[in-house]
Design a protein around this ligand. Structure first.
Ligand code: HEM
Length: 403
C-alpha cells in the first residue's frame, strides 16, 4: 500500500456479447488476469467505471462505506441495461443506516427456520408440477414444467400475490428485467407492478394475512418504512425472487445433465446435495456483465489506484467466484470443495435477501428430479440448446429433457 498511485489504466469497452452456453465471459477472464481494478465502458450511459474482479477486491468494494448506492440515484453511469432495475426508493439504492432499517422489515420472514417451514409446501408444488411433466411424457421442456412455474409460485405465495395475478407478475417481470425490450417498456412495467403492490398493500392493511406483504405493511404502520419504500422493496423482491431462481435453477439442471459423473454421484450420494448446490451457485455465470455500480463519496486510495470522488465502481461476484487465488481449479465443477466461500449471493450490506429461499427452492427442485427421474437426460445435443440473448440474467430459453 506504500507505492505511489498510478494513472488510471486505459478503459476497455465491454461490449457484452452473448457468451455461448454457460461459458465464462472472456472479458472477465482477462480482467481477473490483469490482477487489479480495471477501467471499463459498458454499452449504455456515460463515462467510464472501475471494475473489481478479484475476490479480495470485490469484498473491498462491496463493504467499504465510502462506496455508496444512494449516490448512484439520478446518475447516468456507464452500465449494461438501458434502465435501472429497482425503483429509486428500493433497498438496492439505499446505504446504511436507511438500508439496515429497510432490511429489518423483512428479516423475520427470511430466517433459515422460517424458510425451512416453507419446504413441505415447496415440495408439494414441485411434485404437482412434475406429475404434470410425467403425464405429458418425454420429451418435455423442464423449464416450462418446473423452473418457470415453480419460481413464480414460490415467490408469489410467499409475497401473498393471489394466484389469478401470477400471469401478470410473470409478464411485468419479463419486461422489467429485460436488457433489450427498450427503456420505455421496462419503465412502464416497473410503474405498473409498483401500482399493483401499492393497491395490494392497502388491502393487506385492511385484512392482514400471514404473508410477506402483510409483514411489510405492519412494519410500515410501526414507522419502519414509507409506502414508497415498501412498494419499491416488494417489487424488487418479487422480480428478483422469480427471475433469479427461474434461470439459475435451469442452469443447475443443465450443468448436471452435461456432467454425467457428477449427476450419477448425486443419485448415489443424496446427502451431497446441499454442498453440490453451493458449488453450482459458485460455478454458474448467473448474469451478463455486472449489476449496479457503487459511487465513491470521497477519494479512495486502493492499492496503486485512486478512485476519485464521484466515480462509479462495479464488482463482479461471478468473476470473484472464479479467482484462482481463492478457489483451486476455479473452472472445475467440483462437488468435493469443502471450503466454498462463494459470492453468488453478493457480499456486504446488499447480500441477497432471498439467499436462504433460493437455496431451499433449488434443493427441492433438484432432489425431486433426482428421485423421480433417475434416467433424466437432455433430449437434444447440448449444442442445440437455445440460450437467452441480450438479457441481464443468463440461462436457456428451454431445456428439453427425456427420461
Ligand atoms: C439463485 C438465485 C439468486 C441469486 C443468484 C441472487 C443473487 C443476488 C446478488 C448477487 C445480490 C447482490 C447484488 C448487489 O450487490 O447489489 C442479490 C440481491 C438481492 N436479491 Fe437475490 N439472488 C437470488 C435469489 C433471490 C430471491 C429468491 C429473492 C427474493 C426475495 C432475491 C431478492 C434480492 C433482493 C431484494 C436483493 C437486494 C438486496 C439489497 O440491495 O439489500 N434474490 N441477489
Amino acid at each position: 500500500m506504500s507505492s505511489q498511485p498510478k494513472d488510471p489504466p486505459q478503459a476497455r469497452f465491454w461490449n457484452v456479447e452473448d457468451v455461448p452456453g454457460l461459458d465464462f465471459d472472456p472479458f472477465m477472464e482477462q480482467t481477473l488476469a490483469q490482477g487489479s481494478l480495471a477501467r471499463v465502458k459498458l454499452p449504455h450511459g456515460e463515462g467510464e467505471a472501475w471494475l473489481a474482479a478479484k475476490y479480495e477486491d470485490v469484498k473491498f468494494v462491496t463493504c467499504d462505506p465510502r462506496l455508496s448506492r444512494q449516490a448512484l440515484v439520478g446518475r447516468d453511469v456507464t452500465r449494461l441495461a438501458p434502465h435501472f432495475i429497482p425503483l429509486d426508493d428500493a433497498v438496492g439504492f439505499a446505504d446504511p443506516p436507511e438500508h439496515t432499517r429497510l432490511r429489518k422489515t423483512v428479516s423475520k420472514v427470511f430466517t433459515t427456520r422460517r424458510i425451512a417451514q416453507l419446504r413441505p409446501r415447496a415440495e408439494q408444488i414441485v411434485n404437482r408440477l412434475l406429475d404434470g411433466m410425467e403425464r405429458c411424457g418425454p420429451p418435455a421442456d423442464v423449464m416450462e414444467h418446473l423452473n418457470t412455474p415453480f419460481s413464480l409460485a414460490g415467490m408469489s405465495e410467499l409475497m401473498g400475490v393471489p394466484e389469478e395475478d401470477w400471469p401478470k407478475m410473470a409478464d411485468w417481470t419479463r419486461k422489467v428485467i429485460s436488457a433489450g425490450i427498450g427503456r420505455a417498456v421496462s419503465e412502464q412495467a416497473k410503474e405498473e407492478i409498483g401500482e399493483y403492490f401499492d393497491a395490494l398493500a392497502t388491502e393487506r392493511g385492511r385484512s392482514p394475512r400471514d404473508d410477506l406483504l402483510s409483514h411489510m405493511v405492519a412494519a410500515e404502520r410501526e414507522g419502519g418504512l414509507s409506502r414508497r419504500e415498501l412498494v419499491a422493496f416488494a417489487v424488487l423482491m418479487q422480480i428478483s425472487g422469480m427471475n433469479s431462481v427461474r434461470f439459475n435453477s435451469a442452469n443447475m439442471i443443465y450443468l448436471l445433465l452435461t456432467h454425467p459423473e457428477q449427476h450419477a454421484r448425486l443419485r448415489r450420494e443424496p446427502e451431497l446435495l446441499p454442498q453440490a448446490v453451493e458449488e453450482l451457485l459458485r460455478f454458474i455465470p448467473h448474469r451478463n456483465a455486472v449489476g449496479m455500480a457503487r459511487v465513491a463519496t470521497e477519494d479512495i486510495r486502493y492499492g496503486e489506484v485512486t478512485i476519485r470522488c464521484g466515480e462509479p465502481v462495479y464488482a463482479s461476484y461471478l468473476a470473484a467466484n472464479r479467482d484462482p487465488e481463492r478457489f483451486a481449479e476455479p473452472h472445475a465443477l467440483d462437488f468435493d470443495r469443502d471450503f466454498n466461500p462463494h459470492l453468488a449471493f453478493g457480499n456486504g450490506p446488499h447480500y441477497c435477501v432471498g439467499a436462504s429461499l433460493a437455496r431451499m427452492e433449488s434443493e427441492v427442485m433438484l432432489r425431486a428430479l433426482l428421485d423421480r427421474f433417475p434416467g433424466l437426460e437432455l433430449a437434444v445435443a447440448p449444442e442445440e440448446i437455445q440460450w437467452r440473448r441480450g438479457e441481464l440474467i443468463r440461462g436457456p430459453q428451454a431445456l428439453p429433457v427425456t427420461w
